[in-house]
Design a protein around this ligand. Structure first.
Ligand code: IPE
Ligand code: IPE
Ligand code: MG
Length: 261
């Protein structure tokens, strides 16, 4: 059984194995804000407000644990289908969260980057996103990706368009395109694929999140609603991750170096 030592060390758990215990890249579908609010007879937007608080803590915890990259799903390309007042409430929440959190990100050396089709947002929000991205651009600590107006299919499609345009412009055959050069054209280009995917709120689906990038992620689902997901929930997810054997198509013996017979 894993035992905890201090949090701010990459090797924060000792379980006598040399395998990766803190995922390099964690991707989270922060689901359950609406149900959290409903259970308390509160408007859904209150759930989203509490969701921002939960996100702030998880960002800090991940950064302290030595996670290199954290991707948070904040608003999907399908979430525009929600009632108008919820959508506009979410947009102003993004604006205030960016205003309030930028100093803290800088203080914790966290680099913020948005992924998704930002042209869907108001000019004011687009400016704010650019401003905070610029402000934290040289931060060398954890890389925080916020997926907003993001869809995994959109991401693949924009990369395909990009790949075709580049190939035509450079007079190259598309056959030269391989998995690694294609990955580089996705919005997560240059970053490692997620090792651990977490979805709170009880649903067991991807909901058009990082379709390509999740190919070999370990999937972790919890019934905990996002506003209640805290440091101990994160530790539980990491402990579960540490107990998995990642085989990438190989046999268990190849991974452990054991007997093949
Ligand atoms: C996730 O919580 C946040 C967003 C999609 C913006 P939900 O709002 O989906 O919460 P539930 O699923 O209705 O409880
Ligand atoms: C996925 O949650 C998107 C975000 C958490 C931002 P949803 O609540 O929108 O997903 P579905 O609709 O239940 O699949
Ligand atoms: Mg939901």
């Amino acid at each position: 059984m894993a035992t905890y030592v201090v949090w701010p060390k990459r090797e924060y758990m000792t379980n006598n194995t040399a395998k990766q215990i803190v995922p390099r890249h964690v991707a989270i579908v922060m689901d359950g804000n609406g149900r959290w609010a409903k259970a308390r007879f509160l408007p859904r937007l209150m759930g989203h407000h509490r969701g921002v608080e939960a996100a702030r803590k998880v960002i800090r915890n991940c950064s302290e644990a030595g996670v290199e990259c954290l991707t948070l799903f904040a608003f999907s390309s399908e979430n525009w289908r929600r009632p108008e007042d919820e959508v506009s409430g979410l947009m102003s929440l993004f604006m205030t969260a960016l205003e309030r959190e930028s100093a803290g990100l800088l203080r914790h050396n966290v680099r913020l980057q948005f992924i998704g089709d930002r042209s869907g947002f108001s000019a004011g929000l687009q400016d704010k996103i650019l401003q905070v991205e610029g402000l934290t651009a040289s931060c060398s600590g954890m890389h925080l990706l916020v997926a907003a107006n993001y869809g995994g299919r959109w991401d693949i499609l924009q990369a395909v368009r990009n790949a075709c345009t580049t190939a035509v412009a450079e007079g190259r055959d598309l056959a030269s395109l391989d998995e690694s050069s294609f990955s580089a054209m996705l919005s997560t280009g240059g970053l490692p694929d997620p090792d651990l995917f977490i979805r709170t709120g009880g649903e067991r689906r991807i909901s058009n999140f990082l379709m390509w990038q999740l190919a070999y992620a370990e999937l972790y689902f919890t019934d905990t609603l996002w506003p209640e997901f805290d440091e101990s929930s994160l530790r539980e997810a990491f402990a579960d991750f540490a107990s998995r054997q990642r085989r990438f198509g190989m046999t268990g013996e190849q991974i452990t170096g054991g007997n093949h017979a």
